[in-house]
Design a protein around this ligand. Structure first.
Ligand code: SAH
Ligand code: SF4
Ligand code: F3S
Length: 440
């Protein structure tokens, strides 16, 4: 049967979709080119904000028409929203054949077969999902490996610990083997994934590791020694896990990119406490300073929530000031969305939608101005990029990314190919990316 998977949500979901597709291909199915062309249609969903759930539900309702045309079409909902709502989705969406939660994704080939004769919902947690999701689709320059699953941190606003279950780490040998296989098949950059990657190997303990100790640092060092691998990135680490050992490993491993995603969420200590984030603005600052001392060219990106219950103008001003002080080269700003079941849902969602949007726009404005400044200051520099391929927006140009995360567009020469490391002289700055000339 021909399979089409539509993915919502974060990189973890993208990675899960890849592993599911690889499993289904290994079971003898093929890839469909579009939703219309599919015999099996799977929606891998996200629950992190209400808007994410509404979007997926809207899309799935709409797909009813396809089922009317082709009664043999098997429609499934997988992932975080499937885990959260389970059987309720079967009631709400009568044309859906199966609902499969985050703990059962490794059973996708069996589930697809079962669901073609009987509607079903399966949301049990299972540790087998950890070992059963190692498959990759062949041959991409960029690859992703999930090194942990689940989350134990229970930030008060967040649904992830409820829909992804308890935090578990994969074996180091398995991860290294998987990485080597990917590199043999052509992968040059690997993105390590987890809700808190820096908690890797700590056995689910929510206390940051003691000084001098970091199993995540050990893993980075193992991966750094793989021949043929060019770059290692990771997302997301929790700020307080950046101890001396981890910072030193990142600065010494030549393949680990100097571009760190470090979620802040808020710059107000009172809001951070309400969010159950285990740091203050000053603790966050100190970690950033320590990372900068060891890795002077490091860039930071972040996640911030505006409009958390009770967020005042002063709280917001502290977030804004801290963001400008740190000088992020990228930030993802989210308007607070109460999630039923998460602790903060008991608090009144007190910041009106218009004010959330206003705060969102202010932070986006600051970011645009700062990024424009950072990019113009790079004109004249020579940068090193990992070549991605033809630009998405202009077919005459190619593009690649610097280790610090900037996208650079350039005219190809006869030798350029995806996966190469090349040097580029930056000639011009755009609003969000750079332009330059390929050097020999
Ligand atoms: N594990 C990652 C975050 C995963 S969710 C980490 O801790 O860094 C990605 C981002 O979504 C979070 O960092 C947060 O900024 C945002 N987010 C999570 N729950 C939210 C909610 N209820 N409303 C708005 N944004 C939310
Ligand atoms: Fe959610 Fe916090 Fe876990 Fe990130 S660390 S997934 S924000 S509970
Ligand atoms: Fe990711 Fe959304 Fe689930 S952010 S972990 S897909 S709730």
């Amino acid at each position: 049967m021909r399979v089409y998977i539509k993915t919502y949500g974060c990189q973890m979901n993208e990675r899960d979709s890849e592993a599911m597709m690889a499993k289904l291909l290994a079971a003898g199915h093929t890839k469909a080119t579009s939703e219309e062309d599919a015999d099996i249609l799977i929606f891998n969903t996200c629950s992190v904000r209400d808007a994410a759930e509404r979007k997926a539900k809207g899309k799935i309702s709409h797909i009813r028409k396809l089922k009317q045309r082709n009664p043999n079409l098997v429609i499934g909902i997988a992932g975080c929203m499937a885990q959260r709502l389970g059987e309720k989705l079967l009631d709400e969406l009568p044309h859906v054949d199966f609902v499969v939660g985050t703990g059962q994704l490794h059973r996708m080939p069996e589930i697809v077969m079962e669901a073609s004769s009987k509607r079903m919902a399966e949301t049990l947690e299972s540790k087998d999902v950890l070992t059963g999701m190692g498959e990759h689709l062949p041959g991409g320059v960029f690859g992703q490996i999930a090194i942990t699953r689940g989350c134990n941190r229970f930030c008060s606003y967040c649904i992830v610990p409820y829909v992804r279950g308890r935090e578990i780490s994969r074996d180091r040998e398995d991860i290294v083997r998987e990485a080597k296989e990917m590199v043999d098949a052509g992968t040059r950059e690997i993105l390590l994934l987890g809700q808190n990657v820096a908690a890797y190997g700590l056995g689910g303990d929510i206390r940051p590791p003691r000084p001098g100790y970091s199993p995540f640092a050990d893993l980075l060092e193992d991966l750094d020694s793989i021949d043929g691998l060019e770059r290692i990135r990771f997302t997301s680490p929790y700020v307080t896990y950046f101890n001396d050992r981890l910072v030193e490993a990142i600065s010494k491993c030549s393949k680990v990119c100097h571009c760190i995603h470090l979620p802040l969420q808020s710059g107000s200590d009172r809001v951070l406490r309400e969010m159950n984030r285990q740091y203050t603005a000053d603790i966050y600052r100190e970690h950033v300073a320590a990372i900068r001392r060891a890795i002077p060219d490091v860039t930071f990106s972040t996640d911030v929530i505006v409009g958390f219950p009770g967020e005042t103008d002063e709280d917001f001003a502290m977030t804004r000031d801290l963001m400008n002080e740190i000088g992020y080269s990228q930030s993802y700003i989210f308007k607070y969305s109460p999630r039923p079941g998460a602790k903060s849902a008991a608090l009144e969602d007190s910041v009106p939608e218009e004010l959330k949007e206003q705060r969102n726009q202010i932070l986006l404005g600051d970011l645009a101005e700062r990024v424009a400044g950072m990019l113009s200051s790079m004109v004249g520099d020579t940068v090193e990029v990992l070549v991605e391929g033809v630009s998405a927006r202009n077919a005459e140009r190619w593009s690649g990314r610097t280790g610090t995360g900037y996208m650079v567009h350039f005219l190809p020469d006869g030798d350029v190919a995806p996966g190469q490391i090349r040097h580029i002289k930056v000639t011009r700055a755009g609003a969000v990316s750079l332009f330059g000339e390929l050097l020999k």
